[in-house]
Write a protein that binds this ligand. Sequence first.
Ligand code: C2E
Ligand code: CA
Ligand code: CA
Length: 738
Amino acid sequence: MKKITQFILTMTITSLIIVILFPTQTSAKSTLEFTDEEKAFIQSTNQDQALKIGIIPHTFPLSDCPPDSDGYVGINVEMLKLISQKTGLQFEYGRIPIENETPYQSLINNEFTFVAGTIRLESFMKNPNLILSQRFCDGSSICIALKNTNPKDAKTNKVAVMSGYQAGMDFSKTKFPNHEVVFYRTNQDVMKAVRNGEVDCAMISRYVGIYELENPLNDKLIILAPYQTVVDSCIMGLNTQENTIAMSIINKALSDIGDEEYNHIQINFTITNPYDLTLYEFLYKYRYVIFVCTVGFTAFTYLLIKLFRTQKDKAILSKDSVTGAYSELGFELAVKKVLQKSHSSLFITVFDMSYFSSYNELHGKDKGDELLKKIVEIVCSFISEQDIICRSYADNFIVLSCKDNLESLIQEIKAANAFLNELLDSRMVFSFGIYQITDYSIPVSKMIDFASIAKKKIKGDADNYICVFNDELRKKNINDVKMLASFNKAIANKEFVAYYQPKFDVNTQKVIGAEALVRWILNDGTVIPPIQFIELFEKNGQIQRLDFYMLEQTCMFQKSLIENNIQPIPISINFSRVHLYNEDFVSHIKETVERFNIPKYLIEIECTETVMTYNTELSIEILGQLRELGFKIAMDDFGKAYSALNTLRSMPLDIVKLDSDFFNTSSIEEIKKSRKIIQAIVSLVHDLSLKLVAEGVETEKQYLFLKDIGCDYIQGYYFSKPLEEKVFLDLITKNRKD
Ligand code: C2E
Ligand code: CA
Ligand code: CA
């Protein structure tokens, strides 16, 4: 029993607390009092006879019916809902067609019982056919114009108003009596007309205008405050008995709606309801941000792709596709990394083989590639794992080795060379240049240069195939730099002088021609032989100027002979391989010789056999053109390199110059072999209707042998060294007299 009393007490207290904390929401409807007639009317609307209310579209936040929904929104609609809630009246909403000129027309057309949101104009109030509700909500209007314009300084003399917005039209007439009122179907069209300058300004409902100004497309429009008007809007219907009852009910509800309730609705649709941007309006509003972001993103993407490509390119470029060794670029990067980490005994070795281009020519490119691969394989089997191997170009290889001392590196090279030589044909030899890294601050390319300088010193020497870069070579290198720097000055000061080495007829021993050979004679009389600078200038491209300088000197000499009635003889000029790639080579020679008015047969063009085999097709074309012009063509240093006998047949030639190396041997066995070869060459050259000049003939024995086998001409110290111009002139003058 006690428990039951306790339970009832607890329940009562709990119920009381609930009632105090959450009082039952009394409906707004219950506070209004209606007459019996009104109650009956309300009842009738509940029985499926809802009042038809016309809603004005395109006037958000007052009212709108968004095209993609059936719902009606806005302050007016919320007010109607509140009225319905307070009175029990049932409303059925419909959109007033924008084709209708005024909402009034909708009533006449019987489309709606009432229209919501019509302005309480005096004309309506006086019209006995109409009944109007009390103030419904704020219906004041504002004038909108483009910034920095004054509508009174009319440009178009037009003011825009939404059709049916009677108040707007009335205000326009009072404020702008000289303006024509132009009607637009929607408020959005009204704003657009102002934006586009179709009208000077627009009269628009205050709520709608303020809301539309939030549209970024309207960012150049402003409110012209002086034209603000204060009016009310209301519900309007035709003056019938039924409507009078309905309006009485509505008015009771409107009287009951306090400021607080109205403000709450208004705030919901204005301050707390920001402008609903369409996609286009959004893009327009944030156009600058979007532009900056797009540019930024594009730039970022571009850089990213570029970085990715550079990395990819670097990866591709860092390897040599033929041998799989590093490329020079990859090698330099890899060596830089090693240098950053370690300063132990490091060496750069550069090596290549003689006559690789001839090997390619003879055996084909595929065999050449195979040879290169094999070389890398062999070298890799000798060097240690952390050492780096690279093929920089053609048959040029570079290795970075870490060794205790120079001697152990030289031992390693010797061992590798023994294996490498097995791959080569008899005349080919490897040459190695070593630079011990002592200065870690210089670029890797410079280190490679130092090793290359050492290699060049012994290039092609089978007995002496390893050379270490030392102080002597360093001095030579400095000297080279000086020579390059003083080239222009030397040309201007005429320091380059042509010497002429005569060529003799084997049988008559008469001078039949000469070769122009350059000497660099310094101011103090020091003579620098060409061997010291030709290769350097070839590398630098300056050789082209030097060769043409020699051509001019020779032409001048020939001209002086002709002018002095001394019978001239053909003189040959050495042209470096660099010219082959100069498009103007042929025309330049022609122009020079013609400028001096020298017959073409008096000028011979000497090109080495290696040049001709290096790029056979191009040589045939260029030498062919020169020969067509009347110049004589000589193949220099024949037999020094790999002699591809085919070249003799295909090349447009007149003369073959036998290399002096054939006489450069003291072993009886080799002399015998050389003689046989020379004999064969003489008959081959004659078979091809060419002439043979033997170079470097130093002894009577050599001369007699050459005479014996039918060699045509001889050029060598046995007869004459290269001579100064004056001495040479004496020689040929005497030669004529004999
Ligand atoms: P080269 O064209 O083979 O010229 C022949 C070289 O052999 C000349 O050396 C000449 O003095 C030398 N010589 C001639 N007869 C004998 C001999 O009996 N015994 C010995 N030991 N040597 C002999 P030089 O004048 O020192 O020229 C060396 C090379 O420099 C030339 O070889 C040529 O390749 C190059 N050269 C010289 N002048 C020019 C030039 O104006 N332009 C170009 N591009 N190269 C040149
Ligand atoms: Ca020559
Ligand atoms: Ca020669």
